[in-house]
Design a protein around this ligand. Structure first.
Ligand SMILES: Cc1cc2nc3c(=O)[nH]c(=O)nc-3n(C[C@H](O)[C@H](O)[C@H](O)COP(=O)(O)O)c2cc1C
Length: 167
C-alpha cells in the first residue's frame, strides 16, 4: 500500500532529530506540487530550535503535535511569487503540504498538519514568531519526527459519494 493510504496524522515522536537528507527530500517533494499558473508561491521555514518550537506550538490550542516534535515546518506564501491577483495560493500551499506529508511517510517519519491560516490571530502571531516580512503569509505548521505511534489504515472510500455525469 502506498503512502497515500498509509499516511495518518502522527502526534507523538521520538526525540531523535530528522536527518538533513530526509528533510531535503521532503522539501523537494513539497515543491514538486502543482500550483496555479505554475507560480510555486511557497517558501518553507524549518524550525528545530526547541525554544522556537515551543513558541510556535503555543500559537494554536491544537499545536500539541508541534510541541512534541523535533522539527516543525512552516509553509508560507510569498505574495511576490504568487502575484497580486492570485486567488489560488491557498490551494497551491495545500498541495505543497500534502506532498510534504506523503514524503514524510516515505522517509519512515510521521507528521501532522496544523491549521494556521485563515485565522487572523494565529497567522499574525506565527508571522511575528518566524520574523516574516509583510509579503509573507504563514499558512500552516507541519510537525515532523520519528513516530511513536503506529499508522493504521482507515478506509474512507464512500462509493455513494461518487456521481457519474451529474450529481
Ligand atoms: C487544514 C487542516 C488543519 C488541521 N489542524 C490540525 C491541528 O491543528 N492539530 C492537529 O492535531 N491536527 C490537525 N489536523 C489533522 C486532522 O485532524 C487529521 O488529518 C484528520 O483527523 C484525519 O486524520 P489522519 O490525518 O490521521 O488521516 C489538521 C488537518 C488539516 C487538513
Amino acid at each position: 500500500m502506498n503512502s497515500i493510504f498509509t499516511r495518518r496524522s502522527v502526534r507523538e515522536y521520538e526525540k531523535r532529530p530528522v536527518e538533513t537528507e530526509k528533510l531535503e527530500r521532503i522539501l523537494r517533494a513539497g515543491m514538486q506540487a502543482p500550483s496555479a499558473m505554475n507560480r510555486q508561491p511557497w517558501e518553507v521555514v524549518v524550525i528545530t530550535d526547541p525554544d522556537k518550537i515551543a513558541e510556535v506550538a503555543a500559537i494554536t490550542p491544537y499545536g500539541g503535535p508541534a510541541a512534541r516534535a523535533p522539527m516543525v515546518l512552516v509553509p508560507v506564501c510569498n505574495k511576490e511569487f504568487a502575484g497580486e491577483k492570485n486567488r489560488y495560493w491557498e490551494q497551491d500551499l495545500s498541495s505543497l503540504v500534502q506532498n510534504i506529508l506523503l514524503q514524510i511517510v516515505e522517509e519512515g517519519l510521521g507528521g501532522c498538519w496544523m491549521g494556521i491560516y485563515p485565522d487572523e490571530n494565529r497567522t499574525q502571531q506565527l508571522a511575528d514568531a518566524i520574523g516574516a516580512p509583510e509579503n509573507i503569509i504563514p499558512f500552516a505548521m507541519i510537525s515532523v519526527g520519528y513516530p511513536l505511534q503506529e499508522n493504521k489504515f482507515v478506509d474512507r472510500y464512500h462509493p455513494e459519494r461518487v456521481h457519474y455525469g451529474k450529481y
